[in-house]
Ligand binder design. Structure first.
Ligand code: UD1
Ligand code: CA
Length: 456
């Protein structure tokens, strides 16, 4: 049987370099808070318990974790990573502790799995996951003796010129035995460093002085342990996630014309033989079917687009588009829009909380809100549904029957029904039912006068 494992996620830091009023670990990458990715990775190795150290904007971080099976521990003052782990004294119960910073959005369970196996194999008291970077930047440098054993980690700000050129750096992921020695050592850390903080990496030197085995191993793919401390690093993580998602889509049979200009969040699914044109953003809980063409310059959020659709220069939010429909250019489908199949929503048409059935057409400049539009109905240019009686409660509905024809610039004032095969004359204001098969004209009659008379 393996040893019991407690994962400790450090999420209390101030994130000063983000220059933000928001907690660092709640900044989003690929549409989700950074902390979510860390949690997913940690859960993937199945620890017996997960502790999250919170501090800076603790309430916000706790709120994010409200639904998660984790325990939070508060670090009231952010005195450093060593001090953060110390808050788990007497709480962390596993025989082994896996310590992970909360700011690594590209981390995966596979990385942690490999590292845990390494720690067990080395029989070390403390293991450090490192990485080798051509430009080690602000990361802590891992120093080793002539035999290759780690001796010390020195923070970039405390490093001498010779130490600064070392390319093996600390990922801030550690495995350590949960015993009295650990807690005692943590309690004895000093703040004699550039940041006046209790540094967790100082454990390396202290464990070594006490002749406890310390091991360090470099991760295969350093991208997985990219830490987010600044907006520039946030953008870098975003880019990596985007590249990986687009690669994955292309490998599964999606054509992406310009991967650099296509933004697909990790949560999105796209069907085979669909083409994504530049400037396409697929966001949140979005599903795109097979054989669609999406873009250019289109935003699809929390929406479903079924097979064979074409969506150009448009914005879709919590909408559904059924098979073989055409949307855009410049259409806006708002929450509750459910259009198709074989529908055409054209230039400058807005649809909200409306069901538009098979084969209906709204080609230009229309607003359809809180409406039912029947099969093959035709909505002319400039048609709008109105809700004059709206006082913030339930909205009245406009019902347009199958094959009805609504002439240009008609206003339909809800609640109102236009029956099947009915015709509404252009420019009409319709506030009463139009029975099936009839023609309704609701506009003032045209008057012709001589110009002279008109002046009188
Ligand atoms: C840390 C390491 C550095 C390593 C780098 C890798 C230290 C001193 N340095 O530096 O060696 O190369 O990570 O990304 O550990 N935190 C708390 N409480 C605190 C301070 C920090 O919970 O008082 C949390 C932060 O929320 C963050 C994590 O610990 O999630 C790391 O802190 P951060 O300030 O980002 O450390 P780095 O400067 O990146
Ligand atoms: Ca960091």
């Amino acid at each position: 049987m393996g040893r019991t494992l407690t994962a400790i996620i450090l999420a209390a830091g101030k994130g000063t370099r983000m220059k933000s009023t928001r907690a660092k670990v709640l900044h989003r990458v690929g549409g989700r808070p950074i902390l979510r990715y860390v949690l997913d990775a940690v859960r993937g190795v199945d620890p017996n318990e997960i502790l999250v150290v919170v501090g800076d904007r603790a309430d916000d971080v706790r709120a994010e974790l409200a639904e998660d099976a984790v325990r939070t521990v508060e670090q009231k003052r952010q005195l450093g990573t060593g001090h953060a782990v110390f808050q788990a004294r007497g709480i962390a119960a596993g025989e082994t502790l896996l310590i992970v910073p909360g700011d690594l959005p590209l981390l995966t369970a596979a990385v942690l799995e490999t590292f845990l196996a390494y720690h067990a194999r080395e029989r070390a008291a403390l293991s450090v996951l490192s990485m080798v970077l051509p430009n080690p930047g602000g990361y802590g440098r891992v120093l080793r003796d002539t035999k290759g054993s780690p001796t010390r980690i020195v923070e970039a700000r405390d490093a001498t010129a010779e130490e600064s050129v070392i390319c093996e750096v600390n990922s801030a992921i550690y495995c350590v035995s949960n015993d009295a020695f650990l807690w005692e050592t943590l309690s004895m850390l000093k703040t004699a460093n550039a940041q006046r903080e209790y540094y967790l990496p100082d454990l390396v030197e202290r464990f070594r002085s006490a002749r406890r085995k310390v091991a360090a191993v470099a991760v295969d793919d350093p991208r997985r342990v990219l830490g987010i401390n600044s907006r520039a690093e946030l953008a870098r993580a975003e880019r990596v996630l985007r590249e990986e998602k687009v690669e994955e889509l292309m490998a599964s049979g999606v054509t992406v014309l310009d991967p650099e200009r296509t933004y697909v969040e990790p949560t999105v699914a796209v069907g085979q033989d669909t083409v994504l044109l530049p400037g396409t953003h697929l966001v949140g809980n979005t599903r795109i079917g097979e054989d669609c063409t999406i873009g250019p310059d289109t935003w699809v959020e929390d929406s479903t687009v079924e097979e064979g659709c074409r969506v150009r220069y448009s914005v879709l939010e919590s909408a559904k588009v059924r098979p073989r429909s055409k949307v855009g250019p410049y259409a806006h489908l708002r929450p509750g829009a459910d259009v198709g199949p074989e529908v055409r929503i054209g230039n400058f048409v807005e649809v909200k909380a409306s069901r538009v059935r098979r084969g209906a057409k709204a080609g230009h400049l229309a607003y359809l809100g809180d409406a039912e539009v029947g099969e093959e109905a035709n909505i002319g240019a400039g048609v709008i549904t109105c809700n004059l009686g709206y006082h913030g409660k339930t909205k009245h509905r406009t019902k347009i029957g199958d094959r009805a024809f609504i002439g240009s610039n008609a206003s339909l004032i809800a609640p109102v029904t236009v029956g099947e095969d009915a015709v509404v004359g252009a420019g009409s204001t319709i506030a009463e039912e139009v029975p099936a098969g009839t023609l309704a004209i609701g506009r003032s009659r045209q008057v012709i006068k001589k110009k002279k008379e008109a002046r009188e």
